[in-house]
Design a protein around this ligand. Structure first.
Ligand code: SAM
Length: 273
């Protein structure tokens, strides 16, 4: 593991130890999850369809709440993440929730052969590719886990939204794609602004939609759908205004810019020519 991946893993280990443990946590309310709250959003659920009895791999599973919600919907769920702290908490949560799921510690760019060709669905959502140095390796790895006919489903922050620091005034300070490493010292966590955490270095990587789709095609996947969403059920970065209908959007003049994208891509039953 290189220095940047090791630093990112230290950051996610620290976050995995804290997330869902404080009363003010915006994202990870563990007691309500244990009481039955569904943590998955409409976009990924609609794309996945009925998951009952399906073998589902949840990539970047963090401490497992979404993985376990796929299990609640009837999937045979496996979660994977490179953070040992996240995997250990996910296993504990599985027991507390009285559910069944497997968890595998692995770098998503090099998933182990034990996961090869085993899944009907590989799902990755909300805060995924910005952590990945080698986009092609990530896509090959995800594609490798699918059975022929299986699908990769991604829902993530739109690369345009990632460029925006503030929208009033409109300031964009992150590259739109290119994959060049962006070094940052991270203080605290998006989940709870009040929690004290040691400042840690992290490396992030911006990818454009074109680069993401091209990587999927290069990995042998067939693109079923690519959608750009101008509204979200939650505010992934804590900067978006909420409309009267409860949805969050990114205003720009009289219109809105995209905040999320969703992708469904299938591993063909026989290789495409
Ligand atoms: C923003 S979180 C994803 C959150 C998830 N959607 C949720 O809400 O539970 C990003 C996750 O990606 C994981 N991650 C980052 N880089 C990774 C890598 N190279 N391989 C595997 N997991 C990685 C982190 O450990 C973290 O759990």
């Amino acid at each position: 593991m290189n220095e940047e991946t090791a630093a990112n893993r230290a950051l996610w280990d620290a976050r995995a130890r804290v997330h869902g443990t404080t009363a003010e946590d915006r994202f990870y309310d563990v007691p309500s999850f244990l009481a039955g709250r569904q943590t998955l959003y409409g976009i990924e659920r609609d794309l996945a369809g009925d998951v009952k009895g399906r073998d589902l791999l949840h990539l970047h599973c963090h401490f497992g709440m979404d993985t376990l919600n796929w299990a609640r919907l009837g999937a045979r769920a496996t979660g994977t993440d490179f953070s040992p702290a996240a995997i250990s908490r996910a296993r504990e949560l599985t027991v507390r929730a009285g559910l069944r799921a497997d968890f595998v510690e692995a770098d998503a760019q090099q998933l182990p052969q034990e996961l090869a060709a085993r899944f009907d669905l590989a799902i990755a959502t909300y805060g995924v590719l910005c952590w990945i140095a080698d986009l092609d390796a990530w896509m090959r790895s995800a594609a490798m886990t699918l059975r022929p006919g299986g699908a990769l489903i991604m829902v993530d922050l739109h690369p345009l939204f990632q460029t925006v620091a503030t929208f009033d005034p409109f300031v964009a300070d992150w590259p739109y794609g290119g994959g060049r490493q962006q070094q940052e010292t991270v203080v605290g966590t998006y989940a709870d602004a009040n929690v004290h955490m040691e400042a840690l270095d992290a490396a992030q990587y911006p990818y454009s939609l074109g680069e993401i789709v091209t990587a999927a095609v290069r990995a042998g996947l067939h693109i079923d759908s690519l959608r750009e969403h101008t509204e979200a059920e939650f505010d992934p970065r804590g900067i978006l205004p909420r409309r009267a209908d409860g949805l969050y959007h990114l205003p720009f003049s009289a219109t809105h810019l995209p905040v999320l994208y969703s992708l469904k891509a299938t591993l063909p039953a026989s290789p495409l020519r």
